[in-house]
Design a protein. Structure first.
Length: 286
């Protein structure tokens, strides 16, 4: 009898272990994934004090979790989950000129009783920027007949400005790319330029191009508080039409538009017209 119990004991133990395992675990339909589910492909568009995110839909996703950080690789959830099938998110109230880093993950149900979180998406780096010129009231449009640099002289306010892009007005059906430049009004030295593609997406009354510093050792152009600068667009005889010197603009408080300015010869700038006017118009983002 003892020998029989000893021989059968392993089978009894296996049965007890199987029963305990069933009682101690929640039974779930389906098969648990053996590999982490990949996150969505994330894209971003930075705007004035805001960032717009969009991503590819994840199969069987019920909601998406948006995470933001101010340093790369470190993110915390923001806002409420985005319920599927929505795959966009608007993040307002941000600081212009400050980098923000985003990832998105998805909660996915694949026939199981509980959702599984995907891996984070790719990280995107967004830099919100605000325009210096917010609106334009053009003067009489004038046929082009002169070549040179045309725009405005500005005086920076009480704080330095880091400028990331330069812009040109896109009215009058202008289609050709233009070089927009910024010069130090004290030394007449060129600080940087941008090629503005007039077929690029419009931002208000302007289209913008990345500002390339004249000094290759720097990444951005800084306009110093209280200093004057020429912000001008390159025009060519027989090219696009440009506005008269009585064009006026509405700007932010970052700087003041003093007067229209033009240059017919390298290194020679001449002011024209009433105070607050400009040729152009031209702008920048900061």
């Amino acid at each position: 009898m003892i020998d029989s119990f000893v021989l059968l004991a392993p089978f009894y133990l296996l049965g007890v272990m199987a029963l305990l395992a069933f009682v101690g675990c929640e039974f779930k339909h389906g098969v648990l994934p053996t590999q982490p589910l990949p996150g969505p492909l994330l894209r971003c568009t930075a705007a004035n004090q805001a960032v717009d995110l969009s991503w590819d839909a994840v199969t069987d996703a019920t909601e998406y979790h948006v995470k933001r950080g101010e340093t790369t690789g470190a993110h915390s959830p923001i806002g409420n989950p985005v319920l599927a099938p929505t795959t966009i998110y608007h993040d307002p109230g941000l600081t212009n000129g400050k980098h923000y880093y985003y990832v998105v993950s998805a909660a996915v149900v694949t026939g199981m009783a509980a959702a599984v979180e995907t891996e984070d998406s790719n990280e995107v780096d967004a830099l919100p920027l605000g325009p210096f010129v917010t609106s334009v009231t053009p003067g009489l449009a004038s046929p082009t007949g002169r070549a040179g640099l045309f725009g405005m002289i500005i005086r920076v306010g009480p704080a330095d400005l880091t400028v990331y892009t330069l812009g040109r007005g896109h009215a009058l059906g202008i289609t050709a790319a233009h070089d927009v430049k910024v010069f130090d009004a004290m030394t007449n030295a060129e600080l940087g330029n941008a090629s503005v593609d007039m077929n690029s997406p419009a931002a208000g009354d302007f289209r913008y191009g990345k500002l390339i510093p004249a000094d290759p050792t720097t990444q951005h152009v800084t306009l110093l508080a209280g200093r004057r600068y020429y912000l001008v667009s390159q025009e060519f005889t027989g090219g696009d039409r440009f506005y008269e010197q009585n064009t006026t603009v509405v700007t932010t408080s970052a700087a003041v538009v003093e007067q229209a300015v033009y240059s017919d010869a390298p290194g020679l700038f001449t002011t024209a017209g009433p105070a607050g006017g400009t040729y152009g118009p031209v702008s920048f983002q900061y």
